[in-house]
Design a protein around this ligand. Structure first.
Ligand code: HSE
Length: 373
């Protein structure tokens, strides 16, 4: 396999390093803006030279972002090159265009590293759904926010210091807002739901709230009451209705999620035959993520692409009701839905996910976390 590698950041450099000693997979060209010199690969700023190089059979996209990643990947598929990408924003946004296009052009497309970094979650999900009905997907899908929440809980670090460390360790996206506001997790649950349920979820219908509003007082309150806060995604298909959302969630100390440290992820599917299966590993970082890119390359070498049946666009319906911890202005709606006091905040009666997210949008200083059922 001869690879045209797009991007030479955290993941791209890792892919180069992990394939350097291999005979079967070689990075032939690297397209990047940085000035780097590599002993056995051509470095260029010109993507066209990858497209026009007939010896390159596979494009590995590790640039991140939507543009020009989308234009490059689309052009590479049209030129008959296989695609391996770690770019969740790209695949979640253009899923219903890129997957059918790859199929039409007869090229292999894989994106395992797009969700869960070093965990082979999407490959296993793809396998799981072949032999049973997947009922739900979700869990802790973002290493940066888990690192921040874990450091705040276990080490008593402030939010800003914990975020700075996560950035230094290379876990955070180029713009960490993407991580802390839940956008990264949002892309990941959309992509996971697409594969699990054979649909293309309308991203607009999936609400996401991150952790940027959490305070040291909230965390102390949770600890005092035996709870651990995690940023969690849910994609659940029940009676043909999809609920899908991203939000902070409080787990009791005995829950598996509560024990997930540092940049680790814990991603779960519930299947009609298998029941719960959870996948645990490093969800971010150079070599864990690059490892799954290389795994995808070896699957491409064996002719294995990544296709789910495609059943069309679906809107999530988030009328499902949950109880929430809320710290914020006690307006009429919150008073009406209050169940009990809870340290620095209150706990609500069951309220719909849809209404809770709408309320949070109107109260940007407030923090809410669902109580795990
Ligand atoms: N910024 C992402 C995370 C990287 O923290 O999980 C992996 O997608």
């Amino acid at each position: 396999m001869k690879i045209g590698l797009l991007g030479f950041g955290v993941v791209g450099r890792g892919v180069y390093d992990l394939t350097a000693a291999r005979d079967d997979i070689q990075v032939a060209k690297v397209v990047c803006l940085e000035e780097v010199s590599l002993p056995d690969a051509e470095v260029t700023k010109d993507f066209q030279s990858v497209l026009n190089d007939e010896t390159i059979d596979t494009v590995v996209e590790a640039m991140g972002g939507l543009h020009p990643a989308y234009e490059f990947v689309k052009a590479a598929i049209e030129a008959g090159k296989n695609i391996v990408t770690s770019n969740k924003a790209l695949v979640a946004t253009f899923y219903d265009e890129l997957i059918p296009l790859a199929k039409e052009k007869g090229v292999l497309f894989r994106c395992t590293a797009a969700v869960g970094g070093g965990i082979g979650w999407l490959s296993e999900l793809e396998r799981a759904r072949r032999s049973q009905t997947v009922e739900s997907v979700g869990g802790i899908m973002n290493g940066t926010t888990n690192y921040i929440l874990d450091s705040m809980t276990r080490l008593g670090l402030g939010y800003a210091e914990a975020l700075r460390q996560a950035q230094e360790l290379g876990y955070a996206e180029a713009n960490p807002t993407t991580d802390v506001e839940g956008i990264d997790t949002w892309h990941k649950v959309i992509l996971s739901s697409n594969i699990a349920f054979g649909i293309s979820v309308n991203p607009e219908s999936v609400p996401a709230v991150g952790i940027s509003r959490i305070t040291a007082e909230d965390v102390e309150n949770f600890t005092n009451n035996g709870y651990i806060c995690k940023l969690v995604s849910t994609g659940k298909m029940e009676d043909g209705k999809l609920s899908a959302y991203v939000q902070p969630t409080l787990f009791g100390r005995g829950a598996l999620e509560a024990a997930v440290p540092a940049n680790y992820n814990l991603i779960t599917l519930v299947g009609s035959a298998s029941g719960r299966m959870s996948f645990y590993g490093q969800g971010a970082g150079r070599y864990p993520t690059a490892y799954n890119v290389v795994q995808d390359c070896t699957d491409v070498l064996s002719g294995r692409g990544f296709y789910s049946p495609y059943g069309g666009k679906v809107n999530a319906d988030n009328s499902v009701c949950l109880c929430y911890y809320v710290r914020g202005e006690m307006d009429a709606w919150l008073k009406e839905n209050k169940e009990a006091d809870f340290g620095t905040g209150i706990v609500t009666k069951p309220v719909s996910v849809e209404k809770m997210h709408a309320w949070l949008k109107a109260h940007p200083e407030a923090f809410a976390a669902a109580l795990d059922k």
